[in-house]
Design a protein around this ligand. Structure first.
Ligand SMILES: NC(=O)c1ccc[n+]([C@@H]2O[C@H](COP(=O)([O-])OP(=O)(O)OC[C@H]3O[C@@H](n4cnc5c(N)ncnc54)[C@H](O)[C@@H]3O)[C@@H](O)[C@H]2O)c1
Length: 269
């Protein structure tokens, strides 16, 4: 997701610093960006020179201090409150006091992330969809302390990136995953109970509901660890058993079958 966000920002003309904890993840991200832009070159939607210029606007680093001049930082680290809290604490130290600190989290409370900083008014959710270069939506989430000014600046940035920002309040799963993830979880439960095969479940939802992808294929694409983390946030946040993660989802995550990124999930890749 971080690579996708860096790509759309650089394509919109912004200078981007892409930071990760190790060089291998940065290299993987740059390869993904290169491939995605090359597809546009092959389809005559981008010139080779433009592709080169976009890539040249992205600088990679493992040094968090390299983002010190940024007017906005979009955090897209692993979906884990402890990791994200630590990232926000550090960003609060190293960035300019008026910089916006945004999170691409799928479900973690923006209010909680804001509370670990000295600028909760400048902390906001900027939830891009996957794949970032293709999907139009940015769900913009306001924490309890997010100011109108921060919201306005974030909205404007999303529009400059060619996206459609839609606002929602900070609540478990926001809107996107509160509605999407229980559907995916239910599809996994139906598979677990042997109600239908994976092909039938996905086919019924594609052909019957006009979804571009079936829920099991979509879960593999999102990452089963991410799906489980989101179900846990819904379950804990609402305290309602209707959000209980399906045992089969837990079993796959325990086995390391995380979907497309590990070569195996509900399908093999
Ligand atoms: N996968 C999706 O479809 C999707 C969609 C929307 C939002 N998101 C959200 O985007 C975020 C990232 O998801 P992803 O699927 O790209 O996960 P991922 O596991 O593929 O990537 C996470 C990256 O964060 C890096 N990271 C870990 N700790 C870090 C730290 N302290 N500082 C900097 N980088 C760190 C990891 O090395 C890794 O490269 C999560 O919050 C997730 O919920 C994911």
């Amino acid at each position: 997701m971080g690579a996708g966000i860096a790509q759309v920002a650089a394509r919109a003309g912004y200078e981007v610093v892409m930071r990760d904890v190790a060089q291998e993840f940065l290299s993987r991200g740059m390869t993904a960006i290169d491939k995605s832009l090359q597809r546009d070159v092959d389809k005559d939607r981008l010139s080779t020179d433009e592709k080169g210029a976009i890539l040249a606007r992205i600088r990679t680093t493992t040094d968090v201090g390299a983002v010190s001049d940024a007017f906005i930082v979009v955090e897209a680290a692993t979906e884990d409150l402890k990791i994200k809290s630590e990232v926000f604490r550090t960003l609060d130290e190293v960035t300019q006091p008026d910089a916006i600190l945004a999170s691409n989290t799928s479900s973690i409370s923006i209010t909680k992330l804001g509370a670990v900083t000295r600028r909760p008014d400048k902390v906001i959710g900027m939830h891009f969809m996957n794949p970032v270069p293709v999907m139009k939506l940015v769900e913009v989430i306001r924490g309890a302390a997010t100011s109108d000014e921060t919201y306005g600046r974030t909205r404007t940035l999303a529009e400059k990136l060619g996206k459609m920002p839609l606002e929602c309040q900070d609540s478990p799963g926001f809107i996107s995953n509160r509605v999407l993830m229980p559907m995916i979880n239910e599809a996994i439960c139906a598979l677990y109970e042997g109600v239908a095969t994976r092909e039938s479940i996905d086919g019924i939802m594609r052909l019957g509901m006009n979804h571009p992808m079936g829920p099991l294929a979509l879960a593999d694409f999102i990452g089963l660890d991410v799906c489980l983390a989101i179900m846990n946030v819904l379950h804990d946040g609402f305290g309602d058993s209707k959000y209980r993660p399906c045992p089969l989802l837990k079993r796959y995550v325990d086995a390391g079958w995380l979907g497309k990124k590990t070569g195996r999930g509900f399908y093999e890749y």
